[in-house]
Design a protein around this ligand. Structure first.
Ligand SMILES: [Zn+2]
Ligand SMILES: [Zn+2]
Length: 283
């Protein structure tokens, strides 16, 4: 997994020199993801999981998360270090966050759970106390949580049911970061931006709102970039980037394709589309 990611990042930096710094950052980040001690496990009651998922609940809920606090803190310190080394903006705020963390002022594991639950209150109050923007704290926490969840998925955590009709992840409830079309029929597979799990999805359905009306669904492409497109929904103004592996090659690490297509996110945003908000299910 790591080698594939690093190879693709190298190729990307060579093809697009403007992304060299971004690629260096992700290289350090994925190296850390691979090297760090595991700090998160999901304790899933497998007997209850299938029926719960049938009702549309993801496999894991926040009360199943088990953190190794010491390993999580070590990971978080290294993550802050990488952001410090590779970040160009927000260094002053990052320093404040590092200082607060080192002074023991961050309740890391409860905050990671809050990110999982999309409970913004503890994140904004902590950010205010530290003197930084909540968005920065949320980004760093979400990156750490994602690393922990990705490790769980890499080690075999998977959905208990085959058929999953929703636009959010059957394992962790996260939103897809990117999709892939593959096989002769161009089957669509979504990849979770949080845990990296992937699942099959209807090709002509909006992942954000479930819209299936062809009139309000569409996509755009950019010149000179075969194999990439952005699916859009005019009903909810959501979008999703899509990689056609029939053109780009199979077995690509999609999380790196997400990095390779950051300009498509900017284009989509400029046109008024967003990655969307998950419709939350109340357990
Ligand atoms: Zn997920
Ligand atoms: Zn939609």
């Amino acid at each position: 997994m790591l080698n594939k990611r690093l190879q693709r990042l190298n190729a990307l930096a060579a093809a697009k020199p403007a992304l060299t710094e971004v690629c260096r950052f992700y290289t350090a980040l994925y190296q850390l993801f691979a090297d760090a001690d595991p700090f998160l496990q999901a304790e899933v009651d497998l007997a209850a999981a299938g029926p719960r998922q049938q009702q549309g609940f993801p496999l894991i809920s926040s009360e199943m998360l088990r953190f190794d606090a010491a390993a999580a803190e070590k990971f978080f310190a290294q993550l802050l270090q990488i952001l410090h080394q590779h970040g160009q903006q927000g260094q002053t705020e990052l320093k404040l966050l590092q200082d607060a963390f080192e002074a023991g002022k961050l309740e890391l594991c409860p905050l990671l759970s809050a990110v999982f639950e999309r409970d913004r209150e503890p994140i904004s109050s902590t950010a205010t106390a530290v003197g930084i923007q909540p968005a920065l704290l949320e980004y760093v926490l979400a990156t750490a949580l994602g690393a922990g969840l990705q490790r769980c998925v890499e080690q075999g955590l998977k959905s208990e049911i085959q058929h999953w009709d929703h636009g959010y992840c059957p394992v962790c409830g996260g939103l897809p970061a990117i999709a892939e079309l593959s096989g002769e029929e161009g089957k669509k597979k979504l990849q979770c931006g949080q845990c990296g799990n992937s699942w099959g999805f209807h090709r002509m359905t909006c992942t954000h709102c479930g819209n299936t009306e062809h009139d309000s669904l569409g996509y755009f492409t950019t010149e000179g970039e075969p194999g990439y497109r952005v699916d859009i929904c005019r009903k909810c103004s959501g979008y999703l980037k899509v990689v056609d592996s029939r053109e780009k090659g199979a077995d690509l690490p999609l999380e790196i394709e997400d990095v390779a297509t950051l300009h498509l996110d900017l284009l989509a945003a400029r046109e008024g589309f967003s990655r969307g908000k998950k419709e939350t299910l109340d357990a």
